[in-house]
Design a protein. Structure first.
Length: 392
């Protein structure tokens, strides 16, 4: 399934900023389509006009539908979905809920994101857990064949970043899911950069926990995130903190944890953001995730090919399978200088640095890279203009 030229033009018309700039920073925060922007502003206006609690009560149908929309997107059950304010907090809520103890081991990989690895270090210092870093194969992705040798009697969890913040690599999540099942390990998948640009099917992947954000490839508002926790394991997880959303105060000295993934939610949340994120999911579903993945992957491939023809540019993406994130460096200027120059010319990109990817960049001797991340509403002519500016 592919997106037709007319469809892309309509999608761009839904995204007014396309008329004024080239947005290649979708891995940072994408542009909200009109439908999402309007849903958020309508709710904020309703809060202004009738009150916050009253506005939330009037949006009950949309807020309840949030869980069904995400369940359909990920091929899971609505009870396995929670709204959390961002991807890191979603991941933290599940990870810190694990009953880990001194000597327990966690397997990770060089694609690991800074916030996740900081949590490993935090619990290593606090509890004495051990961290094992899986090797990469010749493509730079996690070497699934090497994983069995890392498993010890005290190995409890494997965490995988599906798509790292620092490159276009797509890790083989389904193969890792099979490994986790074979060895009886809990499988956490950080899908912050993959949901919305790839067709992510939890039923096929087999992860127990998946976390993500609204602001990136789903094109939702900032301050929104989501968490999937399998009903298979949710009763084993004790949330690191609870409130009157996550639990019910039954008697003076007793409480009852909420069923399913909603035990990881907070009572107070960004209601307009939840409305906007539910709208963003429905918007993506109408386009179709297979079509989105095909368009994004093809456009990123075109970008890599065109950039590789520019003198002094080196593409630094790893992976046998690649996605819509393209990282590169210039022999003529720093990534920060390049990003600033492009911004002055109406082009948005970002810079990814070693502080976000110590395991990967330290091993490859990289300090920073320019990161251009395309989406389905971008065009080949924008890529050509971008490469011309980079070469200037």
């Amino acid at each position: 399934m592919t997106l037709l030229t007319e469809q892309i033009e309509n999608l761009r018309a839904d995204t007014p900023a396309c008329a004024n700039l080239i947005h290649f920073n979708n891995a940072g925060a994408s542009l909200m389509p009109d439908a999402v922007h309007d849903a958020v502003t309508r709710h904020l206006e309703l809060e202004r006009d009738i009150g916050g609690y009253e506005a939330a009560a009037s949006a009950t149908g949309v807020l309840d539908g949030f869980y069904a929309s995400f369940a359909d997107l990920l091929c899971v059950q609505p009870s396995e979905i929670a709204f959390v304010e961002n991807a890191t907090r979603a991941w933290d809520m599940a990870f810190y809920a694990l009953p880990l103890a001194a000597g327990d081991r966690v397997i990770t990989h060089a694609a690991e994101y800074a916030s996740n690895y900081l949590a490993f270090l935090h619990l290593s210092k606090r509890l004495g857990i051990q961290i094992d870093v899986a090797p990469s194969d010749e493509y730079g992705q996690i070497d699934v064949s090497a994983l069995p040798a890392l498993v010890k009697p005290t190995t409890k969890v494997i965490n995988l970043v599906h798509v790292p913040t620092q490159g276009g690599l797509v890790n083989p999540a389904e193969a890792v899911g099979q490994f986790a099942r074979d060895y009886g390990l809990l499988f956490f998948l950080d899908a912050c950069q993959s949901v919305g640009q790839l067709d992510v099917n939890v039923a096929k992947i087999g992860c127990h926990v998946l976390s993500g954000t609204g602001r990136k490839f789903l094109r939702g508002p900032r301050g929104t995130g989501f968490l999937y926790v399998s009903n298979e394991i949710v009763e084993q997880l004790d949330p690191p903190f609870i409130d009157m959303r996550a639990a019910t105060w039954r008697q003076v000295n007793s409480y009852e944890i909420a069923p399913g993934a909603r035990r990881f939610e907070n009572w107070e949340s960004y209601v307009a953001g939840r409305v906007g994120l539910a709208t963003a999911v429905d918007y993506a579903q109408k386009i179709g995730l297979p079509a989105i993945e095909g368009r994004v992957t093809a456009l990123a491939s075109y970008l890599r090919n065109q950039l590789s023809e520019v003198d002094g540019i080196t593409i630094r993406d790893l992976g046998k399978k690649k996605c819509g994130i393209v990282t590169f460096e210039s022999a003529r200027e720093t990534a920060v200088a390049l990003a600033g120059r492009l911004r002055r010319n109406g082009v948005n990109i970002s810079v990814t640095n070693r502080q976000s990817a110590q395991l990967d960049f330290s091993g490859r001797g990289i300090n920073e890279l320019a990161r251009a991340s395309v989406h389905y509403f971008n065009t080949e002519s924008e890529v050509d203009r971008f490469c011309s500016l980079v070469a200037d």
